[in-house]
Design a protein around this ligand. Structure first.
Ligand code: CTP
Length: 409
């Protein structure tokens, strides 16, 4: 059973739909889920601690300072205990608090101190949901890695109709089943991934090189997103100024040939994403000493083609990753050129990005991409943070991997 013995920490917020948390708790209990609950001050206006305690058979946490439990720091221990935290209902006000990192009570402090996935279940009036301030918060929270279920369209408690209605306990229940199902599969299958990112440097002499503008950010975010899903991920990165998380396995390389060597060492993997801006050419001869100003014939630096790492992975007979993903940096005919690269390099997905415009792509925190599938389907993703795009792409990749995997139940 997918949900058996899973541990969920509920934060019950202050909204009319708070009463539905009781139905959901009952459903989960029937499926042997352990539940602990934090009831916010405004949540208490809608449900009583007694009704939750009776259902969960656990005490309900309300205060940040618990005099009866000195040995435990509740805001840390509660988050560490849980497999997942669910905030239900998530009000517009609560989203604002989360988006600015408030830690004013037990609920907000637990969430700020959490190292677990957090699921928000919004419920509010349609105007409040569609308000620019709320939509801005949604983007910020998605960027922080919060997950959302709903809201749905429908008639609300206030009598108005539109988007803002909380997902039903059944809908949340199936979301949770699917979430834990995927987690279990990823864990059992022990999926591995490699991601290349950053530029490469092709040296002419000890101090000069050919390189490009790539920061490595998009590939880094992708590696973080895959890792967060429980996939063992290694980032192979060319010279980059980013401060990488210590939690991520990183292999630093310089040239295209170094990068290929590291990639070969990491095989076999289930997923390979080539986000690196690999230099296409390198000098045939690398001077041992610095080339002097008076050297002649400098206009005739001879270049040779570098190995194509994506092509090597896509056409690899022995260890072809189950999913091979390429990036395609283009300034014109973006989709056409990307499609032909995808075909030539045997990729399963191609992420096309327009590098002609300032403010997205190379060296920016933002990107605007089109995801091209093998069957010709194209998903356009509006300009957004690279972390957001990474989470989306990682989810699509995992879906594909799970679909390919015949042993999935
Ligand atoms: N790539 C690679 N090794 C190379 C060149 C490119 O792995 N030597 C990968 C990139 O990481 C990217 C994809 O191939 O995933 C496409 O790279 P891009 O620079 O857009 O295209 P190229 O194939 O190099 O072709 P061109 O420069 O002519 O557009």
């Amino acid at each position: 059973m997918t949900l058996k013995n899973k541990k969920i920490l509920f934060i019950v917020g202050g909204g009319i739909s708070a009463y539905k948390s009781l139905d959901l708790i009952r459903l989960l209990q029937k499926n042997s889920v352990s539940i602990k609950t934090i009831l916010t001050k405004s949540g208490k206006e809608f449900v009583t601690p007694l009704s939750i305690a009776a259902l969960t058979k656990n005490k309900v946490y309300e205060d940040i300072f618990n005099k009866n439990n000195e040995a435990e720091i509740d805001h840390i221990s509660l988050s560490r205990w849980a497999d997942l935290i669910v905030v239900l209902p998530t009000t517009a006000n609560f989203m604002t608090k989360l988006s600015i990192g408030k830690a004013e009570d037990l609920a907000t402090t637990v969430l700020l101190a959490s190292n677990k996935d957090i699921l928000l279940v919004p419920a509010m009036n349609v105007r409040m949901w569609l308000h620019k301030a709320t939509q801005k918060n949604v983007k910020i929270l998605q960027d922080y890695g919060y997950h959302f279920v709903g809201p749905q369209k429908g008639e609300m408690a206030c009598g108005e109709y539109g988007e803002g209605k909380m997902s039903s306990p059944r809908q949340i229940f199936s979301y949770l089943k699917n979430y834990f199902n995927r987690k279990n599969i990823v864990k059992n299958k022990n999926f591995k991934a490699l991601v290349t990112t950053g530029p490469t440097r092709e040296y002419l002499d000890p101090v000069r090189y050919i390189s490009n503008e790539s920061s490595g950010k998009q590939g880094y975010e992708l590696a973080l997103a895959l890792k967060k899903m429980g996939i063992k991920t290694t980032l192979v990165v060319g010279p980059s100024n980013l401060n990488f998380s210590k939690d991520l396995k990183i292999k630093k390389v310089i040239s295209a040939n170094n990068m290929l060597d590291e990639v070969k060492k990491l095989l076999p993997v289930d997923i390979a994403i080539c986000a690196a801006a690999v230099a296409d050419y390198s000098p045939v001869k690398k001077n041992k000493n610095k080339i002097k100003k008076d050297a002649t014939n400098l206009s005739l630096i001879k270049l040779e083609k570098n190995p194509d790492i994506l092509d090597f992975l896509g056409k690899n007979n022995k260890h072809r990753p189950k999913i091979v993903v390429g990036f395609s940096a283009e300034t014109e005919n973006i989709i056409f050129n990307s499609k032909s690269k995808m075909k030539n390099k045997y990729c399963d997905l191609m992420i096309a990005n327009d590098v002609s415009k300032k403010g997205t792509g190379f060296n920016s925190d933002y990107n605007k991409v089109a995801i091209i599938h093998k069957n010709g389907k194209i998903q356009n993703i509006k300009k957004n943070k690279k972390s957001y795009i990474a989470n989306m792409v990682a989810k699509i990749i995992l879906d594909k991997l799970l679909m390919n995997d015949k042993n999935i139940n």
